[in-house]
Design a protein around this ligand. Sequence first.
Ligand code: AMP
Length: 418
Amino acid sequence: MTIDQFNFSGKKAFVRVDFNVPLDENFNITDDTRIRAALPTLKKILADGGSLIIGSHLGRPKGVADKFSLKHILNHVSEKLGVEVQFANDCMGEEAAVKAAALQPGEALLLENLRFYAEEEGKPRGLAEDATDEEKAAAKKAVKESQKEFTKKLASYADCYVNDAFGTAHRAHASTALIAKYFDKDHKMFGYLMEKEVKAVDKVLNDIQRPFTAIMGGSKVSSKIEIIENLLNKVDNLIIAGGMTYTFTKAQGGKIGISICEDDKLDLALDLMKKAQEKGVNLVLAVDAKVADSFSNDANTKFCPVNEIPDGWEGLDIGPETEKIFADVIKGSKTILWNGPTGVFEFDNFTHGSRAVGEAIVEATKNGAFSLVGGGDSVACVNKFGLASGVSYVSTGGGALLEAIEGKILPGIAAINE
Ligand code: AMP
């Protein structure tokens, strides 16, 4: 079932959204992107004459905590949605059930933070640090048992289930995946945001126009191994950038000064290079670096070959020659995936490489390439440079996007498709 096929008239929809927005110390929302991203789905249901039971998590509470209450965002959600949203102080219990049952077409109810209950994630809480393995196992079993009741209760509020929380699609939580079992395939569906995310991921994994180039940046190889290995089966060009660069450089015998490096991953770097060669993938590594004499925006800087970094200096961005090499590869591509900056983009003096990559992607996109940007800091990066509107799709998913690209089946997606 798709959201466009479904007529919500007279129906109550449990919609799992990702309203995990950043709040300042006065509980003002500092970035409401995630709320805005869910609006098309929520508005469509109301416009059809349906009613909304909205479920979300906020932060990582270990139990009930005012700091993580969704009441802080209630007014903002009402304002954006254009209806006065009701609030249930507890996602379980009488109040939520009664309020959900009383909803009239066009009305909306926001449930309190689902993660106030350990059952949402299905992980035991409050275990003593010295708990034995048996105690841990018993606690796990107990929470898994009560998770069934919790999930069933959430499902009982509604006639249909809509998942629009891509950010948590890689988690098999009660409201993101398990709840789907309580609805048949004609009564569960993705929301619009989720649909777009799933389509974008599908395009770079299964519907590839070539050449396909992935740009993997960020700090560590270790956090990206599985993605890199999966991508080696898919891409024509794999650009390695960011802090990972220096592990590859050192592995080949280069001098990297005090640049970030994972010494226990040198063999892995060589292995990845060998695999790339065997698979005919063009692995593109930096040839020069912008180096600094301290990890600071105000450090002294210079450019040097990536394998001749002087002692006491560290590479904090790619150099101009590398920018040109990367840009040429990107501009010649028809499918592009970008994850992770080329340098420490949080420091203004080390943004040049990431900006150059972003601009090359925008140009390639203008020339007909499909470009997907997402995961970790990539979104902050394109936003910082004002390039978001020039790429085909900016994913809202961090971990979820990366796991999808690793080739994993995301529980939140599988639960709808089953
Ligand atoms: P990730 O979360 O793995 O995508 O990594 C993003 C982080 O990598 C950002 O905070 C960057 O500042 C950092 N990073 C990128 N290049 C370097 C570098 N050359 N040295 C240290 N950190 C880096």
